[in-house]
Structure formats: structure tokens, C-alpha cells
Design a protein around this ligand. Structure first.
Ligand code: PFF
Length: 520
């Protein structure tokens, strides 16, 4: 069976739109604002910008450089760069990202549900029978959300979102490029409309005032730094194996330093203007966001939109359409990275791989959408799916991405040699990297990540693991441990199994070659 040809981007613009479409997602529109609010508003920009320059841009160059140099998806590129252990890092990153994408798609399914609600019921008071709550007990948006997540309809929405992902990656780069050429510019347009609306509202600039009035006290808090560092990895889609895969489809002579700057610049400017839009919108109605990403998305923002003097429905529909498209152009990139990882490593055909990835992913997302009510008082997360989502997010987002970033830097920096990668990047780049790139990859980034992780683990042990959760965890420590163990088995164990199978395959191929050679 001959191997299918690998994908190629038709144009540089296609690649930039696809990579920036991956980077720009829920992370930019809602998670950034929630984190910025939680971590001292204006002051958050300082750790955020430091994280961007110290971690974000160099790791972006590393991932683009590795993918482009070896022209293979992440696990195989890491194998070629740093051997079997490097390959394990590649699978670990992809599997951790798969966990994130499973719940990310569940959140997108809720976004789809809220978009449908924006045509009417989202703005009305309703009872929440699953929790025994009468109409008016919760705000309109809260009752809409808890009604939605305590019903099986969301499972159907999950399947629709996975189907859309499958369709977009069905023809690989060809179909991805077509979709991003339409939707990424549209996202910018929608965001500009929202920002103009936010700023022209009476008192809209109060939000800006808060966003740009730094509270420097919070910078003494290491949790703020962990928040900024994880946010940078997440928002730039780093530690997911995505950028390496996308860069592997680029022509041989493309310039990775300029690509890294362009993608980071587009992503962070989108995040910046989204922050302005959301803060303006909320603060003109004096809504102080509860510092959580999900409550920001589903309770606080609809409350702000619902208070508009005119055009509530219109702006509601616009906002949730924006979220859905931004989320989709991100999730497809991981489906492509996972699929391509398997295709490159095991020589399988695209279509069956896409189908299997989508079915397995959909099963995972359905688990996060499980509507079983486990705490009718809502003091905890309310439903089983939401509780699991919250706990998996804690490990995969706050730890997994940073661990993957740390391992990438160590293996590429020390085993392959940062200088070798730098020379390869420089060969086709206008802006030449110097030895400071090597120092960042070999020393600075691994040390910074280790310090942050060490601090986080220490805090974890001393506050019982409550830190970092969207909702208060209460008495669910058994579930906490169960989730931690499952996450480790899925990522660490899964990566071991995949690396083992790939090694077996290589051995077989080598001995077939020897046998073939002996027969000649
Ligand atoms: N960069 C995306 C964001 O900021 O929303 C995060 C992301 C999530 C990327 C899921 C890819 C993905 F599959």
C-alpha cells in the first residue's frame, strides 16, 4: 500500500490564517479577560508580555522550526530530532492536547447551545427543574446554562461540533485552508463590530480604565505568573504539537522566524482588542466578572449583552457565532495534528484515521457533557460532566502544557542541540537568530518552567488542590485523585504505548529490509 502524499499549503497566507486561526480561540476572547480580571487586570499584562517574549516566541520558533526542518508531524519530527524519548514527548504533548480539545469541544457545544438560546430563551427567566430551582432564583443566563448542561441535548450538540471538525480536516490542508480563508477574516470583523459597540456604550471606557490601571501588588503572587505562563502556551497553541504539524506542510524555503513573529503578533493583538471589548462591555453595566472562565463565557457576558439598550439578540447572536467560529478554527488544528501524527508515524490512510480520531474524541467530549446532577445546591459544579471538565482542565491546562514545553526545550536544546535547530531556522530566515536563542531554549525556559511548576505543586499540596478551579471543589477529593490518575494514564501511559508500537513497526521494517537485502 503506497503512502498518500503529505499535505502542502497552497499559499503563505493560507498557512498564516490557519496557524493564527488555531491560536485565536476561546482563549483570546473569554479566557484572557477572565484571567486578566482574576490576576489584577492591567498588571496581568506585565507577566503576560514577559511570558510572551521569554517563553512564547522562542517556543513558537522551536515548534515551527522542528516541524519545518523534518517535514513531519510532531511525534515523528521529535523522533528524528531526539530519538525514541523525543517521540514520547511528541505523543505526550498530543495526548495532553487531546484531553484539552475534548473538553474544549464540549464547551463549544455549550456555545452552540447558547447561540441557539440567543435567538430567544437565553434572555428570559426560567426554572431549572434538574436542580429544583424556580424561575427567578438564578439570573436568566445562569438558569439557561444549568438547564442546558443538565439535559441530554448537549450530547447532540457535541456530536454536531465533532462532525464539523471531521468535515474541515477531511481533505487536510486543502479543506482547512478554504475554511480559514473565510472564517478567520470574519472573526476579526465580528470582533471589530463588538469593540466599536463596547466603546460607544455610555461609560464603556470605564472598563478600559480598569483594564489599564495596574495593581502591581498581585505581581508578587507566583500564581499570577503561573496563570500568565499557562495562558501564553494555551493562547499560542504551544505544547499541543500543532505548530510543528502546520509548519511541516510549508515549502522548504519558508521563513520560520518571521512566521513565529507574525502568528504571535496576530494572536496577541486579537487578545488585546478582545480584552478591551469585553471589559468595556461589562463595566459599562457595572458587572464585575466572577473570576472564572466558564462563568465569564456563559453568565457574565450574556448579562452584559442582555443589558444593551437595543440589539440584544443581534449582538448575542454575533458574539456566540464569533466564539463558535474562533473555537472551531482552533479545534480543527488539533484534530489535524493528531491525525497527521498517526498518519506519518504508522503510514495509515487519512480518511479512516480522521474517522477514528473524531469518534474517540467525541466519546471523550460526551463524558464532559454528562448531565447527571451530582450537587443540586450548585455549591460544587452541579453536574458530573462539569466537575470532570473542571478537574481535567486543572491538570491538562495548568500542568500538561508547561510540562510539554519544558520537555520540548530539554530534548531539542540538549539532545538535538539548540544550535543545530537555530542554524536550520537561519538558513531560510531573513532575521537571523543568535546564540541567545540557544540560551533561552537550553537554560532560561526550562528553569523558569521548573520554578513555576515547583511552586504550583507546593501550593497544590498546601491548599488541598483547590487552587485553580473555576468552581469551589468542596468534598470531591476522591474524584480529584481519580482524575489525576486517569490523566496520567492517558497521557504518560498512552504515549508509552504509541511509542512502543512505533518502535515495533520500525524493527519489523528494518528486519524486512535486511531479509530483502539477504535475498538479493
Ligand atoms: N489557542 C486556542 C485558544 O486560545 O483558544 C487553544 C486551543 C484549544 C488550540 C484547542 C487548539 C485546540 F485544539
Amino acid at each position: 500500500m503506497g503512502q498518500e502524499p503529505r499535505g502542502v499549503w497552497k499559499s503563505k497566507l493560507g498557512f498564516i490564517l490557519a496557524a493564527s486561526g488555531s491560536a485565536i480561540g476561546l482563549g483570546n476572547i473569554v479566557f484572557f479577560s477572565a484571567n486578566a480580571y482574576r490576576f489584577g487586570a492591567g498588571a496581568f499584562y506585565i507577566p503576560y508580555l514577559i511570558a510572551l517574549f521569554v517563553l512564547g516566541i522562542p517556543v513558537m520558533m522551536l515548534e515551527l522550526g522542528v516541524g519545518h526542518h523534518y517535514r513531519r508531524a510532531f511525534p515523528e519530527a521529535m523522533y528524528m530530532a531526539a530519538g525514541v524519548k523525543g517521540e514520547w514527548v511528541g505523543w505526550f504533548g498530543l495526548l495532553n492536547a487531546a484531553v484539552i480539545t475534548m473538553y474544549y469541544i464540549t464547551i463549544l457545544a455549550w456555545v452552540l447551545g447558547t447561540l441557539i438560546g440567543a435567538f430567544g430563551s437565553l434572555w428570559q427567566a426560567s426554572a431549572v427543574p434538574a436542580f429544583g430551582l424556580e424561575a427567578g432564583t438564578l439570573s436568566n443566563s445562569m438558569s439557561y446554562f444549568f438547564n442546558m448542561i443538565s439535559r441530554y441535548d448537549t450530547v447532540f450538540y457535541v456530536l454536531i461540533v465533532w462532525l464539523l471538525n471531521g468535515i474541515v480536516v477531511w481533505w487536510g490542508t486543502k479543506s482547512i485552508e478554504r475554511v480559514v480563508k473565510v472564517f478567520v477574516p470574519l472573526m476579526w470583523l465580528f470582533m471589530i463590530v463588538l469593540i466599536v459597540r463596547g466603546l460607544t456604550l455610555e461609560n464603556g471606557s470605564n472598563g478600559l480604565y480598569l483594564l489599564f490601571t495596574p495593581d502591581f501588588e498581585v505581581m508578587k503572587n507566583p500564581q499570577v505568573w503561573q496563570g500568565a505562563f499557562s495562558q501564553i502556551f494555551f493562547t499560542l497553541s504551544l505544547g499541543f504539537g500543532i505548530m510543528a504539524t502546520y509548519a511541516s506542510y510549508l515549502p522548504k524555503d519558508s521563513d520560520q522566524t518571521s512566521n513565529a513573529f507574525t502568528i504571535s503578533f496576530l494572536n496577541c493583538s486579537f487578545e488585546f482588542i478582545a480584552g478591551i471589548a469585553i471589559f468595556a462591555l461589562l463595566f459599562c453595566f457595572a458587572i464585575v466578572p466572577n473570576a472564572s472562565t466558564l462563568s465569564m463565557t456563559f453568565f457574565v457576558i450574556p448579562e452584559g449583552l442582555g443589558a444593551f439598550p437595543v440589539g440584544v439578540k443581534l449582538f448575542g447572536i454575533l458574539f456566540y457565532t464569533l466564539l463558535l467560529t474562533a473555537g472551531l478554527t482552533s479545534s480543527v488544528s488539533l484534530v489535524e495534528a493528531l491525525g497527521s501524527g498517526v498518519i506519518d508515524r504508522f503510514g495509515l490512510r487519512r480518511r479512516p484515521v480522521v474517522i477514528i480520531v473524531c469518534i474517540l474524541g467525541a466519546i471523550g467530549s460526551v463524558i464532559f457533557a454528562l448531565p447527571k446532577v451530582i450537587d443540586p445546591t450548585l455549591a460544587n459544579d452541579g453536574t458530573l460532566g462539569l466537575t470532570l471538565l473542571d478537574l481535567f482542565d486543572h491538570w491538562a491546562f495548568s500542568y500538561g502544557l508547561l510540562i510539554c514545553g519544558f520537555l520540548e526545550c530539554v530534548f531539542v536544546g540538549w539532545v538535538l542541540g539548540a544550535d543545530k535547530l537555530r542554524k536550520s531556522i537561519n538558513k531560510t530566515s531573513r532575521y537571523q537568530l543568535n546564540i541567545s536563542f540557544d540560551i533561552m531554549i537550553k537554560y532560561v525556559i526550562p528553569i523558569v518552567i521548573l520554578v513555576i511548576l515547583g511552586y504550583a505543586i507546593n501550593t497544590e499540596a498546601s491548599d488541598g488542590g483547590v487552587y485553580g478551579h473555576d468552581f469551589v471543589m468542596g468534598e470531591q477529593s476522591n474524584m480529584h485523585i481519580l482524575v489525576l490518575v486517569s490523566w496520567i494514564i492517558f497521557t504518560v501511559g498512552g504515549a508509552l504505548i504509541l511509542t512502543g508500537i512505533a518502535a515495533q513497526k520500525r524493527k519489523k521494517k528494518a528486519s524486512a529490509l535486511v531479509d530483502g537485502g539477504a535475498g538479493n
